[in-house]
Design a binder for this molecule. Structure first.
Ligand code: ZN
Ligand code: ZN
Length: 399
């Protein structure tokens, strides 16, 4: 019968058997900093090592667990060392699923009517009670690194660029995402084909584990005592998931702003063993426009205005996101001045029924004079309006 090797948790953490709780804590923190998956992304060896040191720390940092481990050389959640020892002392050996190597059984009697050394103990009373206890003790044993229960899929986050008009008016958008999906070959089971004989226990379903001076026959952790294992699926390497590139389509609400998050439930990575899929989060990046600039629900626009228009005042036509509109330029409008067209901005996604404004920045265009007559008029204008626009500069600079 195969024997599983006991793990040396002290060696894993690199501490002595006499290490104090503080020594163990320090050793774990040091090793964890080195092997943490966040520090070693994609490094399978480091990940495996991190699992090992975490397991060792889990046992050795817990006083009760450490006591059991020190006594038996391995640990299981359901072991009560005092009870185990008591049973080991008062019960006989023949037919038991326990082999007390190193004990002298000459003075013991096996179960009623059982010849010593018989393996046909099933059904005998002493066998039964003993077996029940030990099967209970070991049922808590887990096979590390191979989770069997349902596991939820992880969430995904992507930036989704949505063009200027779709973000304003709403509509459908699509993009490609890479996600992990349930393997189509094994349907997420991670293994294929009929079960074959477990190589760990050679099909017996049991392995021997040393517990201090005792030998325990325990259910094989690899096959969970069934004696049979399944082959890893070659398509997904036993992961149950495969990488896929998929085009997802999603709805854009009218007035969606830059940076807004859209949640697509269940569109993240698929779960394992029936676990729920994660969610897909899209961070919207709204596209730009050659004329309009969007700031929240407002639209900004620069509008060139002639000197006579700015000076005398005028009504000019300007583009808005829903067509042309009349803009009143008050007399004496200066370059850079901002004029507001109320409720000509974007329909708000947050506050239904409300719209932002269009904010127009005036750009006064100075005429290039081509003829003598125009220059004449300009000189005359200067004579009639001889204000000094730089007077304030000197005023403020006086001190
Ligand atoms: Zn598969
Ligand atoms: Zn097995």
């Amino acid at each position: 019968m195969a024997t599983t090797t006991n793990k040396d948790y002290y060696a894993t953490l690199g501490v002595k058997k006499t290490a104090t709780a503080e020594d163990i804590r320090k050793a774990f923190r040091k090793a964890a900093r080195k092997y943490h998956p966040d520090v070693n992304p994609g490094d399978k060896k480091a990940e495996e090592k991190f699992k090992e040191i975490s397991e060792a720390n889990d046992i050795l940092s817990d006083e009760k667990k450490r006591k059991v481990y020190d006594q038996l050389g391995f640990y299981s959640d359901q072991i009560d060392p005092a009870q185990a020892e008591a049973y080991a002392r008062q019960s006989g050996g023949g037919g038991m699923p326990v082999d007390f190597g190193g004990f002298d059984f000459s003075g013991f009697q096996s179960g009623p009517g059982q010849p010593a050394g018989s393996q046909a103990g099933a059904g005998s009373s002493s066998w039964g009670s003993f077996k029940d206890i030990f099967s209970g003790i070991f049922s808590g044993q887990q096979h590390p690194g191979r989770p069997r229960g349902p596991q939820p899929g992880t969430d995904l986050e992507y930036q989704a660029t949505v063009d200027f008009w779709t973000a304003i008016r709403g509509g459908q958008a699509r993009m490609q995402v890479h996600r992990q999906e349930t393997c189509p070959t094994c349907h997420g089971q991670a293994h294929t084909g009929g079960p074959s004989q477990c190589p760990e226990c050679n099909g017996t379903g049991q392995v021997t584990q040393m517990g201090g001076r005792m030998k325990f026959n325990i259910p094989c952790p690899r096959c969970n005592g069934t004696g049979r294992t399944s082959n890893d699926c070659p398509n997904c390497n036993g992961e149950g998931l495969v990488d896929r590139t998929e085009t997802v389509e999603f709805r854009i609400k009218a007035g969606t702003r830059d940076g807004q998050r859209i949640r697509l439930q269940g569109k993240g990575n698929s779960g394992v063993n029936g676990g729920a899929a994660g969610d897909l989060f899209l961070i919207v990046r709204t596209g730009t426009h050659p004329v309009f600039t969007r700031v929240g629900d407002d639209i900004q626009l620069a509008v060139p205005v002639t000197v006579p228009e700015a000076s005398l005042g005028a009504k000019v036509e300007v583009p808005t996101i829903d067509g042309r509109a009349q803009l009143k330029i008050p007399p004496g409008t200066q370059n850079g001045q901002k004029l507001r067209l109320r409720e000509r901005g974007v329909e708000s996604a947050q506050r239904p029924g409300q719209r932002g404004d269009q904010i127009v920045t005036v750009e006064v265009v100075v005429p290039t004079l081509q003829d003598e007559r125009s220059r004449e008029i300009m000189r005359e204008l200067a004579k009639l309006n001889n204000q000094d626009p730089r007077a304030e500069l000197f005023e403020k600079n006086r001190e």
